[in-house]
Design a protein around this ligand. Structure first.
Ligand code: ZN
Length: 416
């Protein structure tokens, strides 16, 4: 398998223009985008993407989850396609690059191959996954999960938004429900380019993040039960204050995560206090612990330590601790051959790079369960994302797209 020559470059200006063109659809109120999944704006963005794909000579496939697959033929009819893409939907206050960069970089690869008249043995399929963001219809990465067989199609159809509208109905309404059975496609490999959504690459002055793993997570819903009594008239020694239990467990979670540096994090981000009254000692506190790590053993060790230590910390102050796991995602470990191709491509092209663990979830994390997968990341300013002020430079975008192209084309095999 030969790697593409280092003179194989994308057209950075064309990529940037396409990103700016797409950003005109579903503008936000502060320079970003509001192009939420299965809205009229989403349909408009899809139509624009389709028109670009057709102009580049691609054939569009559409599955029953609305996932779009734009195919450039290979020379070998039996070779499985190399897939490359991300998502075109955005947060309600989203940026112009989150997801969009990965889809349009896939298109730019094809445009470049067309310009240079390069053929590959494997077909290349540029992909737009439906509802990656999950804001309108939870959960996030819904359609790649159904594709990977993690979630059921009909369960996904039944998801409702805040207005009570069903996912399945909205998909049909915007006209992007396809005939193809979801998950029927076989992949030779899947690649996703994404902005980092974190501060590491910019802070370290690196052009490229070589993503080796994704973060796994455990969400533990905890309930601390005490006694709700008058804050003024109950003597201190008689109190069973569930709020103190929360305080102790908050500190414990922080300390547990600190033991597993640098690759573990933990926090309590959601708290409900009952009855939540100024002059009643908290009777009950319900909160969720969020532990993350890219190492499965670490994740499990953190949960075990919480479960072992928290009940005693609470019992010491007369309150009761109960907990159950309500969310889990095992850390994805990306395909080593593909990861090496990304790293080598960055070297060959003269871009600085560092290995990275994706802190956020991505469609690639689900596809990784069923086919060899990896990701490429580029920096974003101040690590800012899911914010209309999200910003990258044209140089970062084209470096990322170029590394992506080299890894994709090497995998799809150039036909000399
Ligand atoms: Zn994204």
């Amino acid at each position: 398998m030969t790697a593409p020559g280092q003179n194989m470059k994308i057209n950075g200006e064309r990529l940037w223009d396409s990103i700016m063109e797409m950003a005109k659809i579903g503008p936000g109120i502060a320079g970003g985008n509001n192009r939420q999944t299965l809205t009229d704006e989403d349909a408009e963005g899809r139509a624009l993407f389709q028109s670009w794909c057709e102009a580049a000579g691609l054939t569009m496939g559409l599955d029953e989850m609305g996932n779009m697959f734009a195919r450039r033929e290979g020379t070998d009819p039996d070779a499985l396609p190399v897939y490359v893409g991300s998502h075109l939907d955005t947060q309600p206050t989203g940026g112009k690059y989150d997801g969009v960069l990965g889809v349009l970089a896939g298109l730019e690869i094809v445009r470049t191959l067309n310009d240079l008249d390069i053929k590959t043995r494997h077909p290349i399929v540029v992909t737009n996954w439906t509802n990656e963001e999950g804001t309108r219809f939870a959960p996030a990465m819904l359609s790649s999960a159904v594709f990977a067989g993690v979630l059921e199609r009909d369960w996904a159809y039944g998801r409702v938004d805040a207005a009570g509208k069903r996912f399945g109905d909205e998909l049909e309404r915007i006209g992007w429900k396809g005939p193809e059975k979801v998950g029927d496609r076989k992949m030779h490999a899947f690649f996703e380019l994404h902005i980092e959504q974190g501060p590491i690459l910019e802070a370290e002055g690196k052009d490229i993040g070589v993503v080796t793993h994704g973060q796994g997570l455990r969400w533990i819903e905890c309930t601390v039960t005490g006694k709700g009594q008058h804050t003024g008239s109950t003597p201190m020694y008689m109190r069973r204050n569930a709020g103190r239990g929360l305080a102790r467990v908050t500190e414990l979670v922080h300390e547990i995560a600190l033991q597993y540096q640098p690759n573990a994090v933990g926090a309590i981000g959601h708290v409900d206090v009952y009855p939540n009254s100024r002059n009643i000692i908290p009777e009950k506190v319900v909160f969720t612990v969020d532990f993350r790590s890219h190492v499965l053993e670490t994740l499990e060790a953190m949960v075990a330590e919480l479960m072992e230590t928290a009940p005693g910390l609470c019992a010491d102050i007369g309150v009761k601790f109960d907990a159950q796991t309500v969310g889990f995602f095992d850390p994805p470990s990306f395909d080593e051959t593909l990861v090496a191709r990304v790293r080598n491509a960055a070297d060959r092209l003269g871009y600085s790079h560092t290995d990275l663990i994706s802190g956020a979830g991505h469609d690639a994390c689900w596809i990784n369960k069923v086919y060899p997968t990896t990701m490429v990341m580029c920096p974003c300013k101040d690590g800012l994302s899911h914010n209309e002020a999200e910003e990258i430079t044209p140089g970062w975008a084209s470096a990322g797209a170029e590394v992506l192209m080299h890894a994709v084309v090497e995998t799809a095999e150039i036909v000399e």
